[in-house]
Design a protein around this ligand. Sequence first.
Ligand SMILES: [Ca+2]
Ligand SMILES: [Zn+2]
Length: 502
Amino acid sequence: MRLAIIVTLAFVSFDSVHVKFVNNNDTHHVNDLVSKNEVIYLFKTRNKTSQLNLDHHRRVRRSVPVDRNRLFLDRKVNYLIDPWFPEKETQTIQSAIQKLSEASCVEFVQLSEKPTDDNIDYVHILPSSNCIGEFGRVGGRQMFNLSLTCLEEPTVMHEMLHTLGMWHEHSRWDRDEYVTVLYDNIIPSKKNYFRKLTQTIDDTLSLPYDYSSIMHYKSFDYSIDPSNLRTIISKNPNISSDSIGKTDKLSDLDKQRLNKLYRCDVKRCLDPTKPLNGEVIGDNFEVGAKISYKCKDDTFTLIGSNSRFCKFDGQWSASTPICVQQFYHFCNFETDFCGWQNNVGWVRNELRNQTEHTGPVTDNTLGTPKGHFIYTRSRRKQKGDIASIETPSFSVPDNVQKSCVSFAYYLWGERIGTLKVYIHLTQSGNKKLIFEKSGNIGPKWLIAKYAISAAGQSLHFTFEVIIGGNLLSDIAIDDFVFMSCTQEEIELGHFEIIDLDS
Ligand SMILES: [Ca+2]
Ligand SMILES: [Zn+2]
């Protein structure tokens, strides 16, 4: 017999997302094919016509190599070159991509037309008035703009490295040990291009600073007087300022960085865990390979992701699904809030509308940017503000000895506050705190699991967040399930037993 009432497994599709680039006429041309693109690169935005109200953290988008979800997780980059490009330029693009391919384990696959399945990630190389590669994997189609005025092999490589998830070398969090930025010499409106990243978002991969990286600015870039005044100089007496950033090819360290970023040493994932009362279908566990799951018979319902793939880092995408026979409620937030009462401050995510450097890029259910979760958007909130949402009320039958609750949570960001989860017992009016976590725990989904004895009780759960600060404190949850469970399931699934009477 099944207690399942509310099941939300359908997925929504997206309309095409409009991407708008602004300040296209503001390009400051330095005599450098690589650097002149940066003006547009840093000044792009989406869904906005004005930059004025964009803050510091939103403006520099997707600069988070620490968050590996921004990478092409199966190490494969599909790309489509617009047929508008003349043959010579098409060859230049292909040649640049070929060099990146030869330098790493990243596989580039040229598409001949737009994929019909909009779940496929691909880089659309389009003619434009500037040269910009969107930073990191975006999910679905992403833009890669090239203008004939800047379409050269080094530029294509530089921009494609941004797309692969590499930021500028001179933006490293430790750059002050190696270079001096002469802010007085920088065109005032361009000073933010020399912003230094922080250690929470930037990972140097333990590689030495690379003055000859294809991702490094040159000494006179964005100068108020490009013939005389330098903007960035070397601190190393053995490296002349004239030489920094002057290159038209990948340096050895660029290649090493790309190979470390994409973990080219990793070939396969460990054997995937078999869910209790279910099985794994598929026996190829190499990076990029897919597996799926099924429950042992149709009295069980599979909750979670029924397919996973082996990521570049040797981890399986998403998390192991569970097979359950009786459950009261399940919500993966793919279509809506599943009837939860949003008291204050929780939102469902929308593709491409997230704040940088906090909160998830991919959901827990599908492991893709198109999956949904709910989160407390901290933008324009104050430290100490409360966000609160509650599940529907459930009546546990008298004969159900044990009930289990499980949910995925995500606490990443420099100012992360606190997530608290309560059980409210209707009859007694008691409220019990079952979960409390505070502070940054890194860009990853974790699963909380609790078992309770609640036979004959009516109850609901509340998810409460104390906001840690304006920005950088988005807390998310996904894949909530409340179900009956056996002692075996509690032990094998490592559910923590909570005593509701204490
Ligand atoms: Ca989800
Ligand atoms: Zn750049």
